[in-house]
Design a protein around this ligand. Structure first.
Ligand SMILES: [Zn+2]
Length: 95
């Protein structure tokens, strides 16, 4: 029995819905239990929600993307520095 998480796009209420089978849930969206809106959508995962721009403005998305790139470049620079330090150590030990 699959359980899917949904979010209401009108009142941002998140709720779980049980389905008798995966096929039964396919293509169907439940009504929001809080405001009875039909503007609901399935929450697949945190990653997918970010990828679909769920809840994030384009500005927030690009900011999040820039942060990720920054973090990635810092990590690689640190890795290079560590490699260089290790090489330096090896050179010193070789003398
Ligand atoms: Zn709602």
């Amino acid at each position: 029995m699959p359980i899917y998480e949904y979010i209401c796009q009108d009142c941002t209420q998140r709720f779980d819905r049980f389905w008798p089978s995966v096929a039964a849930a396919d293509g169907k969206l439940p009504i929001c239990p809080a405001c009875e809106s039909i503007a609901t959508r399935r929450v697949v995962s945190q990653v997918a929600v970010l990828g679909e721009s769920g809840g994030l403005t384009p500005q927030e998305q690009s900011a999040a993307g820039a942060q990720t790139e920054k973090r990635a470049s810092i990590t690689s620079q640190e890795q290079i520095r560590t490699l260089q330090a290790n090489r330096q150590k090896r050179r010193e030990q070789g003398r």
